[in-house]
Design a protein around this ligand. Structure first.
Ligand code: HEC
Ligand code: HEC
Length: 432
């Protein structure tokens, strides 16, 4: 085993115990036999998850050997400045592939909360602000983030050469001559906002062709990780069976949700309005909204969110239309049509999937809420919450909801728990 590769065994041993179902006071306000056409359409759209979205920019996205390599890279601690941080530090299987913390902690503390990596391959944009349009592009961000892995792309190439050369070269062809230290320093990366940074200076001193070669290796590193993350599919849940029965004509959904959770679903697609954004198989529209969340201590007073995320994904050489993409300009989704710096995107963040939501506390882009109960209270009294920047979604109004209805809504959210469909992929590679 590699010297700094200490798989996170301690982290992986057990999945957290299932959160006990809330008792749920009964209420007669929403009964299962009065679904409107719109409510029916929202329920029907919550189909089970199919295959992950195609990843046009990644030729090895569905290559089994790439997934095996990515699996090892995800849990490896060697790709960090001091050998202590891996992807699984903040995306821990036993925390639903999140970390249980309000703000993520790697070499330092991040200004945002770690979302789950489970099911991420089913969404069009990655990060809370969607500043990556693929999982392979996404994976490159934390590596060079000083408070996460604190590493750099040339060091990634050296580490691949030292520990993964045969597996890498079988997939992607020969590595560049990295042993030539006059061409490839130990550490170098572009540091756009600091021309004096030693790693920026080392990067600028390399030839354009060598920088290109390193960028290609870095992109391939991300592509192997994406192939792995595409295996992280949430297992089917009771809602899937409910929806199948409901679509087949049984308004009681075959009894696959209990009475309280069924009333909760009815509220979710009905008068609580949740399904306007939490829609479809993932219970997310994949879009960006400002829901008026205060910024907690330790984060910027104003986080512009998607307003800046659009420009970042458009400018990156690692997007689907860039030189390291395998897409050939085709199949890049909304990227070619993306509008930058829309005012309505100020303070807007991505609607998270709610599959498995009870396992990924705390909640929201900066971990603002510790419990689902606090989240529901936020929506219930939303008019009390002014966004620190940008316009809060104007159709969000206080919810006229009894405490019993709140409990029903929470009972529904607690039925969405899903283990990963394949536990071998969800464990560190040494346990396979
Ligand atoms: C220090 C903790 C930390 C480490 C290490 C880390 N992440 Fe994350 N991850 C985060 C945070 C925080 C975000 C959200 C950041 C943002 O939106 O600005 C995130 C976002 C993501 C997302 C996007 C999910 C979504 O719904 O938008 C994926 C996928 C992901 N990380 C995978 C990885 C991979 C792969 C690695 C290793 C290469 C990794 N992460 C390393 C903390 C971490
Ligand atoms: C206008 C669109 C919209 C509506 C309507 C909406 N949400 Fe959300 N929801 C979001 C967005 C966007 C976020 C993330 C916001 C952020 O972090 O800045 C979110 C976050 C959440 C989270 C936290 C998930 C996590 O992993 O952090 C939960 C739970 C949630 N919503 C449940 C609900 C419920 C229940 C309702 C109905 C009462 C609802 N939402 C209505 C858009 C919406």
């Amino acid at each position: 085993m590699q010297p700094c590769s200490r798989p996170l065994l301690a982290l992986i041993a057990l999945f957290a115990a299932a959160i006990s179902a809330l008792s749920g006071c009964s209420t007669d306000a929403a009964t299962a036999d009065t679904w409107t056409e719109q409510e029916r359409a929202f329920v029907a759209a919550m189909q089970p998850l199919g295959a992950p979205r195609p990843s046009a920019g990644n030729a090895v996205a569905d290559d089994p050997d790439a997934a095996k390599l990515g699996h090892r890279l995800f849990f490896d601690l060697c790709f960090s400045a001091d050998g202590t941080v891996g992807c699984a530090t903040c995306h821990q299987p036993e925390h639903g592939f999140a970390d249980g913390k309000a703000l993520a902690e790697g070499l330092g503390t991040a200004t945002r909360h770690a979302p789950t990596a489970l099911g991420a391959a089913w969404q069009p944009w990655q990060f809370w602000d969607g500043r990556a349009d693929s999982l392979w592009m996404q994976a490159l961000g934390p590596i060079e983030n000083p408070v996460e892995h604190g590493f750099d792309r040339v060091a990634v190439a050296h580490t691949l050469a030292a520990h993964y050369k045969p597996e890498y070269e079988a997939l992607f062809g020969p590595l560049p001559p990295l042993q030539d230290s006059s061409r490839f320093p130990a550490h170098a990366r572009p540091v756009d906002d600091d021309p004096k940074h030693p790693q920026q200076q080392a990067w600028a001193a390399m030839t354009e062709a060598d920088r290109d070669a390193v960028n290609r290796v870095f992109a391939n590193f991300g592509k192997a990780i994406e192939a792995y993350e595409r295996k992280l599919k949430p297992a089917p849940i009771a809602l899937d069976a409910f929806v199948a029965a409901f679509v087949a004509g049984d308004d009681a959904g075959g009894g696959h949700l209990d009475a309280s959770a069924t009333r909760g679903l009815h509220l979710f697609v009905g008068k609580a309005g949740c399904a306007f954004c939490h829609s479809g198989p993932r219970l997310s529209n994949g879009a960006f909204h400002n829901i008026g969340l205060a910024q907690p201590e330790g984060t910027p007073a104003q986080d512009r969110g998607r307003y800046l995320g659009t420009g970042q994904v458009l400018a990156s050489v690692f997007n689907c239309l860039g030189p390291y993409s395998d897409a050939g300009g085709q199949g890049c989704g909304e990227l070619p049509y993306l509008v930058d710096k829309e005012i309505v995107m100020l303070g807007a963040f991505k609607t998270p999937s709610l599959r498995n939501v009870a396992k990924t506390a705390p909640y929201m882009h900066a971990g603002q809420y510790a419990t689902l109960g606090e989240v529901v209270e936020h929506y219930r009294h939303i008019e009390d919450h002014l966004a620190p920047i940008g316009p809060r979604e104007s159709f969000l109004r206080n919810l006229d909801m009894t405490d019993g209805e709140r409990d029903d809504l929470l009972a529904f959210l607690h039925t969405l728990d899903a283990e990963p469909a394949d536990s071998a992929w969800a464990s560190p590679p040494t346990q396979r």
